[in-house]
Design a protein around this ligand. Structure first.
Ligand SMILES: NC(=O)c1ccc[n+]([C@@H]2O[C@H](COP(=O)([O-])OP(=O)(O)OC[C@H]3O[C@@H](n4cnc5c(N)ncnc54)[C@H](O)[C@@H]3O)[C@@H](O)[C@H]2O)c1
Length: 250
């Protein structure tokens, strides 16, 4: 089944790569954008030959516009997944304004630019589905996440606004809020102490694999499965966001 094109930012690594793989297996024509050339080269080996790749930075408006225009010329752009993102674990008192601005630029402005460019095309081709990748750190205040948490809370609200503004053109927008997922980003940011903390607070007592996020993304992309679902922030987090006191392990 040809579902049209799904554009995946940050699709050369981690959660974006897992979603790109799963989408290709479900009949989507997948287009990956990432700023990391080496990661793109590695991803070429893992994704089907027909996958389109673009090396770009999601904070660069002209590059994003050019990429989306190219995809729209190649076929029907029906899906967008914005997984490009960066993280840092820095106490608020040590967070510089440069760090704060940089994280907001990539995570929020980058998401905005890609969503706006894609929606401008989807609006004229019968609609589509935008899936942003936020985080449980955008739902709760997490230690050391002043910039990251603020950026992800902004992504959730931006997604809700996209859902409202774009509904008239049959464009849906939903956010996924992953908990701890084993990816290269987490390998860089999570210390052993951070890992122990997460595991103590996640009812399932574990990190997830990136492919465990992909199913939720495919559900939100597929109009046959989620046509009336828009403006939602869906945790994929082993129970973290819903938990109060957690059970003692026996
Ligand atoms: N791993 C987790 O536990 C977790 C939890 C919640 C949310 N998230 C979010 O999921 C998304 C993917 O994270 P991941 O863990 O797979 O990380 P990752 O580092 O494995 O993958 C992110 C990809 O985004 C790309 N990227 C970063 N900045 C970019 C830019 N400016 N332009 C283009 N590409 C850019 C990177 O090159 C990388 O390939 C991020 O938004 C992250 O905040 C991750």
């Amino acid at each position: 089944m040809d579902r049209g094109i799904v554009a995946v930012t940050g699709g050369a690594s981690g959660i974006g790569l897992a979603i790109a793989k799963a989408a290709a297996a479900e009949g989507w024509q997948v287009a990956v954008a990432d700023r990391d050339r080496q990661a793109i080269a590695a991803a070429r080996e893992l994704l089907p030959e027909a996958t389109r790749f673009a090396e770009l930075d999601v904070t660069e408006e002209a590059a994003v516009e050019g990429w989306i225009a190219e995809l729209a010329a190649a076929g029907r752009l029906a899906g967008l997944v914005t997984a490009a993102g960066i993280a840092a674990d820095i106490p608020v008192l040590d967070t510089t304004v440069e760090q704060f601005r940089h994280i907001l630029d990539v995570n929020v402005t980058g998401t905005f630019l890609c969503a706006r460019a894609a929606a401008r095309r989807m609006k004229d081709t019968g609609g589509g589905s935008i899936v942003t990748i936020a985080s449980v750190s955008g739902l709760r205040g997490a230690k050391g996440r002043a910039a990251y948490g603020a950026s992800k809370a902004a992504v959730i609200n931006l997604t809700q606004v996209l859902a409202v503004d774009l509904a008239r053109w049959s464009i849906r927008a939903n956010a996924l809020c992953p908990g701890p997922i084993e990816t290269p980003l987490v390998a860089r940011v999570h210390t052993p102490a951070t890992r122990a903390h997460w595991i103590a607070h996640v009812p399932q007592r574990r990190y997830a694999r990136p492919d465990e996020v992909a199913g939720a993304a495919l559900f939100l992309l597929d109009p046959e499965q989620s046509s009336f679902v828009t403006g939602v922030a869906l945790p994929v987090d082993g129970g973290f966001a819903g938990a109060g006191l957690t059970a003692l392990d026996s």
